[in-house]
Ligand binder design. Structure first.
Ligand SMILES: Nc1ncnc2c1ncn2[C@@H]1O[C@H](COP(=O)(O)OP(=O)(O)OP(=O)(O)O)[C@@H](O)[C@H]1O
Length: 292
């Protein structure tokens, strides 16, 4: 497991990270979410040892991370590091060798990854000849070629079309399923909402919330319900103890504000047929707005 404990970092007088702590668990896709400038890239650079922390530590399986362990991490940096003039397949295999693979294994891993990322046809092209989306797939391949112990990916989905998101996601999920902790940053809530198991939300260099996505949702869930009745649900507006957010014919969405869900349900049943009565789970968007 990758553990970040109380890390801090300043640039001049600007404190960019302030006591940042979270875990990236094996076999989990962890979304690292925050607005522009909130400290995601700085945190990832510190995890990778590209940048020093001014306080705190990063550990792997309980021990401070050594150079040898870091060498086995996979990193997709924000600035993207591949060579535009070099052929895609050669470049990825070469990066595999730089990470310690023998030539045959590097080649084999490259072929498999390019196939999984649906990029095999472009293996012989120079990187600069690829579309931006395909360049991004190549960057993902570069981060994965040496079968990393852990994956740290800075905005791996930005700029990808929905089909490419699915393809890249499939490859990352397979790694996660094999026990690799995967940390990926994003400021696209909708992307993170679908893709992550765990969530770390950073705001102004501090962790605003972290943990299992579903637990965070449940914790931040207002007691909100949707009721569908026969006829018009407008009567709910006059019921004390509920705050109606929306009524659209037979459908109403409301928060409880003093009355229990069972009381509202009984009232509705007294008035006629109830077609559905369901809790409304908040979107990540709502959680995000609430915690930052
Ligand atoms: N080398 C640096 N020198 C000075 N300030 C820096 C440096 N690197 C980052 N910062 C500042 O640290 C803050 C956090 O930046 P960081 O890149 O970590 O944010 P981020 O969450 O990754 O943002 P984005 O989503 O825009 O990539 C910003 O205010 C940024 O200007």
């Amino acid at each position: 497991m990758l553990k970040v404990s109380s890390i801090s970092r300043s640039f001049g007088a600007h404190r960019v990270l302030d006591g940042v702590s979270f875990e990236v668990r094996p076999g989990r896709m962890t979304g690292f979410l925050g607005a522009n400038g909130s400290g995601k890239t700085t945190t990832m650079r510190i995890v990778l040892g590209v940048l020093a922390a001014h306080g705190g530590e990063v550990t792997w399986d309980g021990a401070p991370i050594t150079g040898a362990v870091r060498q086995r991490f996979g990193y997709m940096p924000e600035e993207r590091g591949l060579y535009p003039k070099m052929k895609v397949g050669e470049q990825i295999a070469w990066l595999g060798q730089l990470h310690g693979l023998d030539r045959a294994t590097a080649r084999r891993n490259t072929d498999r990854l390019l196939a999984d990322l649906e990029l095999s046809q472009r293996a012989g092209d120079r990187l600069e000849e690829l579309s931006l989306g395909n360049q991004q797939r190549a960057q993902v391949a570069a981060a994965l070629v040496h079968d990393p112990l852990a994956l740290i990916l800075d905005e791996p989905f930005s700029g990808l079309d929905p089909i490419a998101v699915e393809t890249v996601l499939g490859v990352l999920r397979e790694r996660a399923a094999n026990g690799v902790p995967v940390l990926f940053s994003s400021h696209q809530l909708s992307v993170v909402e679908q893709l992550c198991d765990d969530l770390v939300i950073i705001s102004g260099g501090r962790i605003a919330a972290s943990g299992e996505r579903e637990r965070l949702r449940a914790e931040h869930a207002a007691p909100r319900f949707q009721l569908v009745v026969d006829g018009d649900a407008g009567w709910l507006r006059d019921l004390a103890g509920v705050r109606v957010l929306d009524v659209d014919g037979p459908r109403a969405v409301f928060d409880l504000d003093g009355r229990t869900d069972q009381e509202v349900l009984r009232t509705a049943l007294d008035r006629g047929a109830v077609r559905s009565f369901t809790p409304v789970v908040p979107s990540l968007d709502e959680i995000f707005k609430e915690v930052i």
